[in-house]
Design a protein around this ligand. Sequence first.
Ligand code: MG
Length: 501
Amino acid sequence: MSSPFANNSILEIIKRYRTIWSLYHLSALAQWDMNTYMPEDGINARSEALGKVAVLSQKLFLDNDFVSLIQKAEKEKLNDYEKALIRLLKRDLRHYQKLPPEFIEEFTKVTNEAHMAWKNAKEKNKFSLFEPDLEKIVELSRKKAEYLGYEKHPYDALLDEYEEGLTTEDVQKYFDSIKKPIISLLKYIKNSPKYKNRHPLENEKYETLKMEQLNKKFLELVHNNSNNLRMDVAPHPFSTSLGIGDARITTRYEGKNFKQSYSSTIHEFGHALYDLQCGKELAYTPIGTGTSLVIQESQSRLWENMIGKSREFIRMFYSDITKLNANIKKYSIDDIYEYMNSVKPSPIRTGADEITYHLHVLIRFEIEKGLIEGKISVKDLPKIWAEKYESYLGIKPKTDTEGVLQDIHWSQGNIGYFPTYSMGTSLSVIWKNEMEKDIGKISGILTSKEGIKKIEEWLRTNIHQYGSTYTFKEIVKRVTGKEFSPQPLLDYLKEKYKGIY
Ligand code: MG
């Protein structure tokens, strides 16, 4: 496609935006480094630099000439791409106009320091070491909601930061419709004679080097281009896209329970592919990457759950999996399939199965809402966490580390982020159904490189190429002709897991 931008004001905006983009690019690189290779003591200098760069971006954004250009362009006749570009710039503009620079600087500094406090607290298994930082973050988040403004609920303002237009009411309605069916499916599974408290493969050990080889083999099969994608190690895997030709994923190696490392790698690859397949003609503009977190997560979860954990995919990697450890040879493809898809309430969200995952997210949503409403205090979090886990999942975390300290998000000031995980997972099922109408059953084509290319091409033409041109609700409507609904998720889970259990 040639450049979709033709309007003169838009072209001028894009030219000026490149400097702001450059600051974002370098901040993302500094953050990637902070979470992978930076020596721990570098944190203060890095926080200082990131805080100052954030203020500089705000200043450039609020420059009078730039703002008038946006206001001028808005009134002109624009195509879909140009309209989206203005929509996103106005969204950032509102954010910057409403948040005072001192606030942005303080928020950036507090969260960067809190991140280190959280790491330390998690290592020492002591919530009290993170508590004062989290107090500050909650207080700043409530302040942020007031600055940003909202119609009905202060949490709306925070949700909107991560998913454009998402409200507390949307999320509440969503969880209200999945909560009961998921709890009852879990009950069914736990009563099945096939239910295991622990799958023996969870204890099988592996050497990091061998696992790394398996992960690399996966990347070769699905992508085969190390010139635009690299993989590193991070305790809390994430992915980041720095622009054209530079996507980065991370994974982790715990030395046992290989499905964790395998799933992380496939999950983060799903994110990276979205960014790598965005239309190149949109690069350096506000719509040049995926910004909707629900769409982002729909991509990673599609790869992780529907592709990575399928029987066909496991069959393809079977001989590599058995190389991890001589003991693993005694397990069949079916055994590994059952292990990959075994359901069991466990304290950790990131390792959770497809059923209980949504309850982990629901708990975080309820807690965040309570914190922002002031109905829950930070100091009571370990207790409230344990109560909710007991009530929804029937288990209690043994330590703070496997309880309230497990997630990185709050330490980074990301309150309002979690609901996109569950909603994105729901959306991944919608994509699977829609894709299968066009290219046939995923299970049928997964066995060859050409089949995988077909899946990637479907994702590119229907979703990726547009970058952030459409909101998640819009793109669902465009591709499926229907509104977003959690029903396909519930149908999928029921069919898959009644087959296994
Ligand atoms: Mg993700």
